[in-house]
Design a protein around this ligand. Structure first.
Ligand code: KG4
Ligand code: ZN
Length: 352
């Protein structure tokens, strides 16, 4: 542990600088308490889309080029000076190792130079903490739908730092299924938003497999759905028959997302909570947002749904989880290393 100024854990609105570099977005944000003061993102998605997905080496190089300017902009646009920062929070995992290392190394050097504490943030916990930025009065218990490219799960937030898994995917994550189906349909990376765009012109009239509706507890599975779409397209192509990509996209989207809405509502009822939150890139999907909002309304739950830009990767959510850890006095040392994978079960309790 290196020396840093003793943080006041009870300070009303600590200023946290968040840094995120786990995939293809280099992001930095500053929050004061749960208020966002600035939020900067530089993305290498345009270059990555030329290769049909994220090329780790390109992502790492893009982070290295961008990080210094992105952090400077975040601090400047927040209207603060470096000395005002109370802690530096950084994503240490999960994600692409080389990409994570850029953020972690930068954050370590920055916190050391400032003499301010370093907070290690689990990316998934960041997605879950995005909800606190929308609704500063949000307090557990609540049920969270987490749907990203790496994880899909329904969680029960017992406290700000302790979660319980109520259900999760038995195979692929929802975002992963969107990305794979997009590739089959010849849509560009990133798959999720492109499927959503394509689905707008279609009708959900292509038969899709049952998504464990009403069964399987709160768990779900995407591999059968993904295979069904692949088989449907390949069979049509082999027979030389025309098919509507828009209809396939709309049918897949509805099947993939209806199950999440249904199971989230069932989980919230089972837990007896009054509030539901959502996070992760898939929560940026308009179909999911509309259906989850309608279902929460119909069942009397209040829904805390971050704006789309705070569902996909960003640094404000990292700062938000950084604040939770700051309050617990859970600081990292300079030995902090990046981690490519962190099992969901390990992400649920972070103690002092
Ligand atoms: O949370 P995120 O930005 O990164 C991870 O932590 O994984 O999620 C990325 C995932 C990708 O699989 C992407 O295709 C999906 O979220 N995604 C979407 C949408 N926007 C992003 N999926 C469906 N509809 C969207 N609009
Ligand atoms: Zn993410």
């Amino acid at each position: 542990m290196y020396l840093f100024s003793t943080p006041d854990l009870n300070k009303p609105s600590p200023i946290i600088l968040g840094i995120e570099s786990s995939c293809d977005e280099t992001a930095a944000a500053v929050i004061s308490g749960r208020k966002i003061l600035s939020d900067e993102i530089a993305s290498s998605a345009d270059i990555q889309s030329l290769y049909g997905g994220v090329v780790p080496e390109i992502a790492s190089r893009a982070h290295t080029d961008a990080i210094s300017a992105v952090v400077s902009r975040a601090v400047k646009n927040a209207g603060i000076n470096f000395e005002n920062i109370d802690a530096v929070a950084v994503t240490y995992g999960a994600g692409l190792l080389g990409a994570l290392l850029v953020g972690v190394s930068f954050a370590k050097a920055f916190s050391y130079a400032l003499g301010k504490p370093l907070v290690a943030v689990n990316h998934i916990r960041g997605h879950m903490a995005a909800a606190y930025l929308v609704e500063p009065t949000l307090r557990p218990p609540f049920v969270t739908l987490l749907a990203s490219g790496g994880h899909t799960a329904i969680l029960y937030a017992k406290t700000e730092s302790e979660f319980e898994i109520l259900g999760s995917t038995l195979d692929d994550a929802a975002g992963e299924a969107f990305d794979k189906v997009a590739r089959v349909l010849g849509l560009k990376y990133p798959g999720g938003p492109n499927i959503e765009r394509c689905a707008k012109d279609g009708t959900a009239n292509v038969p899709m497999p049952k998504m464990l509706k009403g069964g399987g507890g709160f768990d779900f599975s995407y591999s059968g759905l993904k295979t069904a779409v692949i088989n449907y397209c390949h069979t049509k192509e082999q027979k030389g028959e025309e098919y509507s990509k828009a209809d396939v996209a709309a049918s897949f989207q509805a099947a993939a997302l209806d199950v999440l809405v249904e199971k989230t509502i069932a989980a919230a009822k089972a837990k007896g909570v009054t509030t539901v939150t959502a996070g992760g890139g898939v929560a940026a999907n308009t179909y999911l947002r509309e259906h989850l909002s309608a279902a929460c309304k119909a069942n009397g739950f209040s829904l805390v749904l971050p704006e789309k830009r705070y569902c996909t990767d960003n640094a404000a959510m990292i700062a938000s989880e950084g604040l939770v850890q700051y309050r617990l006095g859970n600081f990292a040392g300079l030995e902090l290393n990046a981690k490519a994978s962190i099992p969901l079960s390990k992400s649920l309790v972070i103690g002092r």
